[in-house]
Design a protein around this ligand. Sequence first.
Ligand code: PHE
Length: 341
Amino acid sequence: MGSLDLKRIVTDAQRAFANAADTVTLENEKARFLGKAGALTKLLKSLSKQLEPEIRKSEGALINAAKQKVKIALNARRQAFADALMNQRLEEEAVDVTLPGRCSGIGSLHPVMQTWERIEQIFNSMGFDVVDGPEIETDWYNFTALNSPENHPARSMQDTFYLDVKDEQGKALLLRTHTSPMQVRYARMKNPPIKSIFPGRAYRVDSSSTHSPMFNQVEGLWIDKNISFADLKGVYTDFLKNFFGRNDILVRFRPSYFPFTEPSAEIDIRFEYGRNARRWLEISGAGQVHPNVLRNMGLDLKRYIGFAFGSGLDRLAMLLYGVDDLRTFFDGDLRFLRQFI
Ligand code: PHE
C-alpha cells in the first residue's frame, strides 16, 4: 500500500461526499469508506502482523490520518445538509410581521336568545325568578290541570304534536303547546308567594309568517294574598316600557277567553311599521288565575289569588328588531343572523 493509494481514497471520499445530493446518499457513501467493509477499515485490517512493528506503526498512523481527513469531509457535508435544512425551515416558517392579524370568528347570541336574556333581566329586576320546565308534558299538565275541557279544540291532533309514549294515566305524552303547564307544575312544588317567569320552547302544528312549529314563550305567574288585575297591568306595562326602552308605548288589554284565566285578556301593543303605518299587535295572553287552576295547584282559594300571562318571545324579538317573518329566526341563514352581532 502506498501513500498514493491513501491520497486517492481520501480524494475519492471527498468527491463522493461533495456529490451526495442528500443525507441518505451521504450516509451510504460514508459506509463505502469508513464502514466495517469500507476501504479504510479494510486497509487497517490488512496491516499484516508480520510487518515490522515500527513499519506497522507508521503505516497505521498514515491510514488513521487519512481516516481523519475523510471524517472531516463527512462532517462538513453533514453540517452543510443540516444548515440547508434549517435555512429551508426558517424560510418556510418565516412570519411576516407586517401582515394584518387574522381575526378569529367571534360567536354571538342568536337574536331570540338575546331577547330571552333581556326579558329575564327585566323581570328579575322586578322581583321575578326564572324557572325552567320540561318540553315533553303530560296531557294533565298541558290541558286538564289548566281547566281545558276534554273537547277543547287545542287538544285535536291538528294542533298538538303527540308522542308514541303513554303516561301513567294511559294518555299520550306530548310536546307542550304553551309554557302554561309550568304554572301548575311549579305551584305544586313551591308555596306562595310565587313570583316567577318560565321562558322556554313550545310546539304547535302551525307555520306562517307569525307562527313556527317550534316557538318560544315566556310564561309569568304571580300568586300571593292580594294580587289584582291592576298588578298585572302595572307589571306588564312596565315590562314593555323597559323592553322597548321607551315610555310612549301604547298597551291595550282586550277582553278575551282562556280556559285557565278568568277574567282573561289579550295584550296588544301599538306598533309602527314604516312611516305613518301603525297597528295593534297581539303579544300576550293573560288573566287572573282561574279558581279551578288554583285548586289544581293545591292552593287555598280563600287565601290566594294571582295572575298569569303567556307571551310570544319570538314575537317580542320580531318587534324589537323589526323582523317581519318569524321563521327567518329559525332558518339558520348566517347573512340574516350576522345583523344581530
Ligand atoms: N297559554 C296561552 C297561549 O299560549 C297564553 C296565556 C298564558 C294566557 C297565561 C293566559 C294566561 O296562548
